[in-house]
Write a protein that binds this ligand. Structure first.
Ligand code: HBI
Length: 101
């Protein structure tokens, strides 16, 4: 069971993500980011790469795709809030996106 991030962990691990383009979701303990790619196929390649890693992590994003845009929200359902798994997945998502943007 993933534990909710402590205040210290939020300061240390969440802050770099928020500085790098992620934002706190309103109304829930989650982070969100929108990515705009050059085409639908690039957006889908991004989603495919993230999906494979998410499955390996057993930790999955909540996301919405329309054409070249992908909106991603990360939170841990098991603890109804942000856990270290969300931090790890966000970092992976940024690595995948940086290769496609
Ligand atoms: N993904 N975001 C998220 N949060 C979870 O709690 C979660 C998940 N993927 C799989 C998963 N939990 C399973 O470990 C549990 O449903 C058993």
């Amino acid at each position: 069971m993933a534990a909710r991030l402590s205040d210290d962990e939020r300061a240390q691990k969440l802050r770099p993500l928020l500085a790098g383009g992620w934002a706190l979701a309103s109304g829930r303990d989650a982070i969100e980011r929108s990515f705009v790619f050059d085409s639908f196929t690039s957006a889908f390649a991004f989603m495919a790469a993230v999906a494979l890693h998410a499955e390996k992590m057993d930790h999955h994003p909540e996301w919405f795709n329309v054409y070249n845009r992908v909106d991603v929200t990360l939170s841990t359902h098991d603890c109804q809030g942000l856990s270290a798994r969300d931090i790890a997945l966000a970092a992976h998502i940024d690595r995948v996106a940086s290769k496609l943007l």
